[in-house]
Design a protein around this ligand. Structure first.
Ligand code: AMP
Length: 190
């Protein structure tokens, strides 16, 4: 099963992708996590991406495409995967179609949340991490979040039409409790 999780920052893509990956026994491929690992390891990609991510903007397509093409070619992704945070633009979606080379997506799951809830969720996540003595994401602050929401509205939301036109889009109410959302997602992919 080849799935894409689509949704604004704070919608719970990471949480739900992780849960689905356990249920379906397929890997979660998060471009955000891959990029944060590259930034921490100060690789060439990480050095190019760090400042852009801190601002809350999207990193250039070639960097992300290289990472994702390499990742979906790994043996553990052969029986399927859950893309979390990719594609984020129509151009990336078109490139993904080329990368998959005829192995079509099974479906695209859109997590829909009221925008007013998102800021609370993200700032709550940062406060929780701080309270646990964990590192706080460099882009979990009001300034970067407003850029991330803008990037979502301008560049990522048009993807819903792209996938709807292909009959792949399923939308789930992601303001429900975490386990209810998971259950709805499982139902949506049947
Ligand atoms: P995320 O963990 O999905 O919220 O992503 C964190 C940040 O990584 C985003 O705000 C972007 O700067 C960058 N990023 C992640 N995925 C992509 C992508 N598919 N295209 C461009 N930038 C991305």
């Amino acid at each position: 099963m080849r799935l894409v999780l689509l949704g604004p920052p704070g919608a719970g893509k990471g949480t739900q992708a992780f849960k689905l990956s356990q249920i379906l026994a397929i890997p979660q491929l998060s471009t955000g996590d891959m990029l944060r690992t590259a930034v921490a390891a100060e690789t060439a990609i990480g050095r190019q991406a760090a400042e852009i991510m801190e601002r809350g903007d999207l990193v250039p397509d070639p960097l992300v495409l290289e990472m994702i093409a390499e990742r979906v070619a790994q043996p553990d992704a052969e029986k399927g995967f859950i893309l979390d945070g990719f594609p984020r633009t129509v151009a990336q979606a078109e490139s993904l179609d080329e990368i998959l080379d005829g192995h079509n997506l099974s479906c695209v799951l859109e997590l829909k949340v009221d925008e007013r809830q998102l800021l609370d969720r993200i700032l709550g996540r940062a406060a929780q991490a701080r309270a646990n003595g964990e590192a706080v994401r460099a882009d979990d602050n009001e300034k970067a979040l407003s850029a991330r929401l803008r990037a979502y509205a301008d560049q990522t939301r048009p993807l819903t039409q792209y996938y709807e036109a292909r009959g792949l889009l399923r939308t789930v109410d992601a303001s429900l409790p975490v386990d209810r959302v998971t259950a709805e997602l499982v139902e949506a992919i049947q």
